[in-house]
Design a protein around this ligand. Structure first.
Ligand code: FES
Length: 157
């Protein structure tokens, strides 16, 4: 009589133990798999959808003094060059050779990469040194609104 009454109680206990073990193993596997999956999966990149950015004022002292500045276009650095009062150019500032940041040499009217003496013309074309490709061009809009100072907007070409 005790044996038949004891069996159901033992089954429940075994099920409970199995459930607890299964849950523990499941939680352990999830705690390993989830972080690995999050690490492997690339994060969403909102900058990939960036179509234009504000680049400051047209009479920015930095642009007037040296003729250029580096602005952020999402994750991409962009070199913004002022050639004349209404003549602005913008290109990816990442050298196409080994990813150094380029600068503008006002006295020579060219874009220069100091890392290996890479040279680009003012259309972004690689004309000297090791860079294998031209710089990616961007458009520059001078925005005049309501009598305020002119603003610069850099957009994808
Ligand atoms: S990284 Fe620019 S020339 Fe090498």
């Amino acid at each position: 009589m005790n044996v038949t009454e004891g069996r159901p109680a033992a089954k429940v206990t075994r099920r409970a133990v199995n459930w607890i073990l299964g849950s523990t193993v499941g939680a352990l596997v999830a705690s390993i798999v989830y972080p690995v999956a999050r690490f492997i999966t690339p994060p969403p990149v909102p900058e990939a959808t960036t179509e234009q950015v504000e680049a400051g004022l047209a009479d920015d002292p930095e642009l007037l003094a040296g003729g250029f500045k580096i602005v952020r276009f999402g994750l991409e650095p962009v070199i913004l060059i002022r050639l004349a009062a209404d003549d602005f150019r913008a290109f990816s500032a990442t050298c196409t050779h080994l990813d150094c940041i380029v600068s503008y040499r006002e006295e020579k009217h060219l874009i220069w990469c100091y890392c290996h003496n890479g040279i680009y013309d003012l259309n972004g074309k690689n004309i000297g040194g090791p860079p294998p490709r031209p710089l990616t061009p961007y458009r520059v809009h001078v925005v005049r609104e309501g009598g305020g100072p002119d603003r610069l907007v850099v957009a994808r070409a």
